[in-house]
Design a protein around this ligand. Sequence first.
Ligand SMILES: Cc1cc2nc3c(=O)[nH]c(=O)nc-3n(C[C@H](O)[C@H](O)[C@H](O)COP(=O)(O)OP(=O)(O)OC[C@H]3O[C@@H](n4cnc5c(N)ncnc54)[C@H](O)[C@@H]3O)c2cc1C
Length: 536
Amino acid sequence: MKLRRSNLSRLRQQTFDVLIVGGGINGAVSAAALAGKGAKVALIDRGDFAGMTSMNSSNLAWGGIKYMETWDFALVRKLCLSRNHLMRSYPSTVQEIRFFTTLARGFRYRPLYLLMGAWLYWLIGNGFTRTPRFLAPSLIDREEPIVDTRNTTGGFEYSDAYLHDNDARFVFNFVRTALDRGCVAANYVESLGARREAGWWLTRARDVIDGGPEFELRARVLINAAGPLVDAHNVLTGETTEHRHALSKGIHLIVKRLVKDRRVLAFFADDGRLFFVIPMGNRTCIGTTDTPVNDADAGITDEDVAFVLENINKRLKLPQPLTRGDIIATRCGVRPLAVKSEPGKGRDFLHLSRKHAVEMRREHAHISIFGGKLTDCLNVGNEISDLVRSLGIALPYPDYKWYGEPPEAVREEFFHQAKLQGLDGYTAPESSEPLSMRLWRRYGAEAIGLLENIREDPRQAEVLIKGTEYLRCEVAQAARREMITKLEDFLRRRSKIALVERTSDIARSPGLAEACELLFGDQARAKLDEYFAAHA
Ligand SMILES: Cc1cc2nc3c(=O)[nH]c(=O)nc-3n(C[C@H](O)[C@H](O)[C@H](O)COP(=O)(O)OP(=O)(O)OC[C@H]3O[C@@H](n4cnc5c(N)ncnc54)[C@H](O)[C@@H]3O)c2cc1C
């Protein structure tokens, strides 16, 4: 709360080289890249960082094997290289995972044909991952007995990567990196539109939490990274662009853990699209759908849920079919897809390109970011930095490497200290990995400070909210460094507690009140009430 308050007053008082509107993945990487290279950057989001599309993805960093069907090899090559780059840069966060793909009898392609495609995919990706293999029905039965093979001709297995923590955490870490390099960022600050005056962008903004009078932000360059709301924001600023967005809704359902091994089960759903069963800690995430919508805030419907349940029940051998009662949480997001002409014209809607497009109006010093994927985020950060530099903004450290996990020496020091201190002895019994690994992945170099907290007071290593693996010292650190403004920011985005625990279980957790006090001080009760009123 303190961090947000102080950044709000800096937003009001200072002038900036660049203002970024929107703190999803595109805005977050732009902020991290520009701040790292030495620009004076401001970042605002009308909700929480990653509070829109970027918290509702499938958590995959993938080369887009499905785009091979539309012969989009250039896109697949680009995404595969981006995936490899992410895996190399974030070895503890973006990790290889096997996709165990089963094909129904009568499917439009035979398994061997698709296996050849998987080999081509592997080659296009520079052979960076493990090689694909054929799956005969008997092998599927042996290795993944939960898959119903009665109607299958076999399948194939290949590799891509997934985000071990959730997407929103991944995005927030870029925001945090940007903050560490001097970016002034604040969540729950809405842009109401901007005008150009004497070489400056003057953006009207309002504090969504505390209200008060509107204020103006001054920046030389304006970057519109408003995701599904890019077009709406361009209308507010009077900018015209060649691209615009077509919107497509996708949902996921989270249920108890269905698959023992850490692998993704992949199927083709009844509409012919790839459909996944993805591990999420001690839960399983199932999806997704692809439905054209007009509304950027489209929500989940009964039909969406029925579609996912029907498709999964048809393809798995479960003791009891999954029902609505088994759903622990849902995710629903709207993909912003970059299009140049009328949506759907000439191409099937489902085959609209997933490429990002960056459009700059040089004479206005205005940049809009359309479409894109989490997978391609490092390219977006670099591309935006180059464009901003071309607008005459000085980047004193143009070659600064603004992304990636801390250097090996820092990692070794953390794990050495953790070992000496017996940190892994505190690992919760239900945890899928040692505590040291989890803390390193989530906080990088900041995890060393947590070791210090635990040395001073071993109670800091206690799990605060039962069943969530979240330690007392993590919550205290989140209160200081993670700009948690509403309880949902913590439960759903900085952590994934609200994805893996039912609201009723969270409400009963004895540690929740203490967590709220650490996060919000004397506003704890009000923040709790606000959360449960919104999730009743
Ligand atoms: C179901 C689904 C599955 C997906 N799976 C994957 C996947 O597995 N891998 C992958 O790489 N990609 C995936 N994607 C795509 C990826 O999630 C999106 O392309 C990406 O998150 C879009 O990021 P963004 O920053 O453009 O938009 P957003 O994340 O929506 O961010 C835009 C931000 O702008 C803010 N904003 C809007 N208007 C204003 C304003 N006036 N003032 C201030 N702030 C404003 C919003 O609050 C929002 O936080 C998936 C998408 C969906 C929907």
